[in-house]
Write a protein that binds this ligand. Structure first.
Ligand code: PSU
Ligand code: MN
Length: 303
């Protein structure tokens, strides 16, 4: 593993001492948000993790190496670079072999976090089952990864552009615990509620850490979804964003957008259609998830 993985000394020291570390993904930086907001947000998310008493470890691929934790100039480089490969499980070996640069999705970030021994990861929203998946078969590799890699992913639910009932069904099939943090309904990314019951509810970081610990002590392997609703003051009511989502989906279909491009296309169109409101909400929910992830990492480290 060694030649492929480089861990920032600060992160390595924290891991060796059993101090809390939170993994952060990089696809949200390169494909999820436009510059310069992406870099600003990435820095703010890392600060939020530190404020919560954990060490942030942004994960990406630079010059053919998996990097666990980035120096400030490296984060800036990644955020400013164009045509960065979006790297999921399937892409990891080829990008590393070619010595390339890549940003890691939820799936790939989970893989890299687990390699480094990091158990908690914060993002915006996980990928899931796309609407129309019964015809397109478009199901994010994030779901399979949650079934196999032992990392807790703190998110605001699955992205609202997806088919949330089907996403929940697949997570159940795959044996992935979905824990609502202080909520009875699955959060719907931009909105706090989805009308769908969340399978489990826990109200504190300590209780969530105990579920994680128990799952892994049982040798069940795999990850967990910790679904954390967007703060009330930042949410976009579901009815308000629904029309924009339909419009963006229709445009994606008309333009035959496929594969990896689907999610970035939809997020970018939603931002335009909502006059920037979806981006503001996305930033707010990621920061909120970073705060909770730091708390969970601290609670897990204390067990
Ligand atoms: N969360 C966000 N914005 C994003 C993503 C998550 O707030 O852009 C990224 C994550 O990297 C996730 C990916 O893994 O979107 C899902 O892509 P796909 O649907 O192609 O699997
Ligand atoms: Mn897909």
């Amino acid at each position: 593993m060694k030649p492929f993985v480089e861990i920032l000394p600060e992160v390595q020291e924290a891991l060796a001492a059993g101090r809390p570390v939170v993994a952060l993904e990089s696809t949200i930086i390169t494909h999820g948000m436009p510059a310069p907001r992406n870099l600003k947000t990435a820095r703010a998310v890392a600060r939020e993790v530190r404020a919560g008493g954990a060490v942030p470890a942004t994960i990406a691929i630079l010059d053919g190496r998996i990097r666990i934790g980035l120096e400030p100039d490296e984060l800036e480089r990644l955020a400013g670079e164009r045509d960065v490969a979006k790297v999921s499980r399937a892409d990891l070996p080829a990008v590393l072999a070619a010595g390339g640069v890549g940003s890691t999705t939820v799936a790939a970030t989970m893989i890299c976090a687990a390699l480094a021994g990091i158990r908690v990861f914060a993002t915006g929203g996980i990928g899931g089952v796309h609407r129309g998946a019964e015809l397109s078969f478009d199901v994010s590799a994030d779901l399979q990864e949650l079934a196999r890699t032992p990392v807790a992913v703190v998110c605001a639910g699955a992205k609202a552009i997806l088919d949330l009932p089907k996403t929940l069904e697949v997570l159940e099939t795959l044996g992935v615990p979905v824990i609502g943090h202080g909520c009875d309904e699955l959060p719907a990314f931009y909105s706090r509620a989805s009308g769908l019951a969340v399978p489990l509810r826990r109200d504190s970081a300590a209780e969530i850490a105990t579920v994680m610990r128990t799952k892994w002590d049982l040798n069940l392997g795999g990850g967990l979804v910790v679904a954390n609703p967007i703060p009330a003051e930042a949410e976009i009511p579901a009815a308000e964003i629904a029309g924009h989502i339909d419009t963006a989906l229709a445009e994606a279909a008309a333009q035959s957008i496929q594969g990896k491009e689907v999610t970035p296309f939809l997020l970018a169109r939603l931002e335009e259609l909502s006059g920037g409101a979806s981006l503001d909400a996305n930033v707010a929910l990621v920061l909120n998830n970073a705060r909770l992830a730091a708390e969970i990492a601290a609670a897990y480290a204390a067990l």
